[in-house]
Ligand binder design. Structure first.
Ligand SMILES: [Fe+2]
Ligand SMILES: [Fe+2]
Length: 269
């Protein structure tokens, strides 16, 4: 019995380490994108750059609700009722906890469209309409394909690895976007900045960290041997790789657009 406890504890440590390694690799390969945003946030973005970022981020994020539902379903099919309950809670968060106005995709559209219109003079677009946007880069389509294949994977541990990866990097991603693309333009707003920040504040004030912790617990529970561990790592690594590739694609398009439009300075002259 004690040997079994030690074996499982070692396995948990191995999962922690593998997750840490994969997250470091992701951090290193996506740093160029986040650094670029940081650099521009000290000066200015142009309209085309914000549009490229917005359309690709909408495209990337539009399947989040479906993805959470797939984990929820996979937990049910695997009779994993602890994870089933935590994913039910996650889904409930995503759907606005019963208030359609607070559904996360609704908050996303509201925030980005309000900001895009006010700061950059961009026409509004919905998450559905973005499917037809000519600005969607091939890396965004690749990301969605990989994401779907992982969330629909026949092995439950791959699904859980992917879910953990998505949750684990969400907080940093949203904090960075809020800080670089939105907050520097706060001076253009009166009290209506709340409409922009609600989407971000809903996520970065503990919600994503909580989702990531629950997703990690789900992995621990579903991992009882080396093979399961390898499947988890496959889910984590393939998701993070696809997301890092996506950031590089958006970065390339934003750099290309540098000379194509007027910049909106973050300073009040
Ligand atoms: Fe969300
Ligand atoms: Fe989440």
């Amino acid at each position: 019995m004690m040997t079994e406890v030690f074996r499982l504890r070692n396995l948990e440590q191995a999962i922690e380490q593998a997750a840490k390694d994969e997250l470091s690799k992701y951090e290193a390969s996506s740093q160029c994108f986040f650094n670029y945003l940081e650099q521009l946030s000290k000066d200015s973005f142009n309209r085309k750059q914000f549009q490229i970022y917005r359309d690709n981020f909408f495209f990337r994020t539009s399947s989040t609700t479906r993805s959470i539902f797939r984990v929820f379903l996979a937990a049910a099919l695997n009779a994993d009722y602890t994870t089933f309950c935590s994913m039910r809670e996650n889904l409930f968060d995503e759907l606005g906890r019963g208030n359609p106005e607070k559904r996360h995709l609704t908050l996303l559209e509201k925030s980005y469209n309000f900001h895009g219109e006010k700061v950059f003079g961009l026409p509004r677009i919905s998450v559905q309409e973005v499917e037809q946007s000519p600005l969607i880069c091939e890396e965004a389509r690749y990301f969605r394909e990989i994401q779907k294949s992982l969330y629909c994977h026949k092995y439950y541990q791959v699904v859980l690895g992917c879910s953990f990866a998505q949750e684990a990097v969400a907080n940093h991603m949203l904090e960075s976007f809020y800080k670089t693309l939105f907050l520097p333009y706060k001076f253009l707003y009166n009290e209506d900045f709340e409409q922009v920040s609600e989407y971000f504040l809903t996520h970065i004030t503990g919600l994503e960290k909580n989702h990531a912790e629950k997703a990690k617990q789900a992995i621990f529970k579903a991992c009882s041997n080396e093979h399961a561990l390898q499947l988890v790592v496959e889910g984590i690594s393939r998701f993070l790789n696809a997301q890092a590739v996506l950031w590089k694609g958006i970065l390339r398009e934003m750099i290309k657009a540098q000379s194509e439009d007027d910049f909106v300075s973050v300073f009040l002259y």
